[in-house]
Design a protein around this ligand. Structure first.
Ligand code: BGC
Length: 471
């Protein structure tokens, strides 16, 4: 491809100012981090949490695995377009969580916004089919339910949906207990039963599944369709739950950061547009700048603007670029691949029916890089906020901790994890953070949460039966 360097440079000079608002300096990130820190404290407060944008939800997970857990579990995992059912075995001798088998059920798009009963009947039917196929009928195994939406938990098995996110919007579920909805659906079928249920956010599942292997794993982070993190907070800071001793895992729901207007200065017109046209305008502002559900749309809007300003595609009017969601987030990863990226860009632009030249290809790559890099840096700022808080909580000069991570953006994008890790090191210099990508985390983790809850219950039962025995 003959490529006129001068032409490219000339275009870049005009393109840079359009991209400039998406470039966040380290100082800006520090500022964002200190705003988030205030948000975390507000969310934990007894009297301030009602109005907090960052919900800081207690999970009633009071301990990470200690390596003595064992047994067979069922796990459900609902958080995106797929719903999974798993049979999981925790093997103490090998310190491993093994997926025995699993099944994926698609959640049709209309079901994501349809009637509540229809969604839960679908879940109960997938679970029923799986139990039958595994010949588990008649056994009532404990069940971990990874439900990756913000829920107010009263106990480990009572979880009230605060709001739907990520394209789900079944009316009538918000404000209701998800465990009751599941049990009712199972009862309606009447052909099998479920045992105790533990409700888990995917971040918590991810932390717990990594925690069996690495017992210093005390943070879980997801950067996929949505984004969020959880971490072990000191009980004395969790003012909404009785008790001062020990720790509890807090589901931060950091996606909601900015819902009170606190990120207005860094929200670009493209972010505002993405928010306005989403099914939940005004909520999950931070998530909409970061996660896979939205990154492709931000890129599309930028490409549209650049072509309107005649800086791309020779300024040709293109209906393609006016089509919402036409530019998929996975294209960003493909275009940014080191060796094949430019070829991928040429292929994708051709597939999209755009009339491109070599300068366009480079500009498109630059746009993708700017959008994904902002996402990685914002995540880094948020993660650094949590790590710094944990270090100060514990009065340590240096915090050594592990983060269990999952999500397509983190896994699939070629430079995302590197940029995130590099930026965290700059923003949290007193923390040494190890990143562990979790395999099947949210499903296996749900089983792990159930296993830990059983261990703790057994432990306290033996305390109350034999008060003289000290373990
Ligand atoms: C949800 C979180 C979830 C995250 C990642 C967000 O939209 O609110 O509960 O952890 O997505 O799946």
């Amino acid at each position: 491809f003959p490529c006129e360097q001068k032409e490219i440079d000339k275009v870049s000079v005009h393109v840079q100012p359009v991209l400039q608002p998406l470039r966040l300096s380290l100082d800006k990130l520090r500022d964002v981090s200190s705003r988030l820190h205030k948000g975390l404290v507000q969310g934990l407060g007894k009297h301030s949490h009602h109005r907090a944008a960052v919900k800081m939800l207690p999970t009633f997970v009071r301990a990470t695995p200690d390596g003595t857990e064992k047994g067979d579990f069922l796990a459900l995992d609902l958080g995106g377009t797929n719903f999974r059912v798993l049979h999981v075995r925790v093997l103490q001798a090998e310190q491993k969580v093994v997926k025995m088998d699993s099944q994926i059920c698609v959640v049709p798009k209309d079901m994501m916004t349809g009637a509540t009963q229809q969604l839960f009947d679908h879940i109960a039917s997938c679970l029923g089919d799986f139990i039958a196929s595994q010949e588990l009928k008649g056994q009532t195994l404990p069940l971990g339910f990874t439900f990756s939406f913000p829920c107010e938990q009263k106990e480990i098995d009572k979880s009230i949906l605060i709001r739907w996110t990520k394209g789900f919007n079944c009316p009538g579920v918000e404000g209701r207990d998800v465990v009751t909805l599941l049990r009712d659906a199972v009862r309606r079928r009447g052909d099998y039963d479920i045992g105790s249920v533990a409700m888990v956010n995917d971040t918590v599942g991810t932390m717990m599944s990594c925690g069996y292997k690495d017992q210093s794993c005390e943070i879980g982070m997801i950067i996929g369709t949505g984004t969020n993190a959880c971490y072990m907070e000191e009980m004395k800071n969790v003012k909404r739950v009785e008790g001062e001793d020990g720790r509890m895992c807090i589901n931060t729901e950091w996606g909601g950061f900015g819902d009170d207007g606190s990120l207005r200065d860094i929200q670009t017109e493209f972010d505002q547009m993405v928010d306005k046209t989403s099914i939940n305008p005004g909520v999950h502002i931070f998530e909409k700048m970061i996660s896979g559900m939205y990154l492709g749309e931000i890129v599309r809007l930028l490409l549209l603007r650049l072509s309107e300003e005649k800086l791309l595609f020779k300024g040709q009017k293109s209906e393609v670029l006016q089509t919402p969601e036409i530019f998929q987030t996975k294209f960003i990863s493909e275009i940014e691949e080191e060796d094949t990226g430019l070829d991928n860009a040429r292929r994708i632009l051709t597939q999209l029916d755009l009339q491109w030249d070599e300068a366009d290809v480079r500009v498109v790559r630059l746009v993708c890089d700017t959008v994904s890099s902002r996402s990685a840096r914002l995540c880094a700022a948020a993660l650094a906020t949590i790590a710094n808080k944990m270090r100060l909580n514990r009065g340590l000069d240096r915090l050594q901790t592990t983060v269990g991570v999952d999500g397509t953006v983190y896994r699939k994008h070629p430079n995302f994890s590197e940029e995130l890790q590099l930026t965290v090191r700059l923003l949290a210099p007193e923390c040494s953070i190890t990143f562990l990508v979790s395999e099947d985390g949210s499903g296996k983790g749900a089983a792990m949460v159930t296993a830990v809850a059983q261990r703790l219950a057994l432990h306290s039962a033996s305390f109350s039966c034999h008060p003289e025995v000290r373990h």
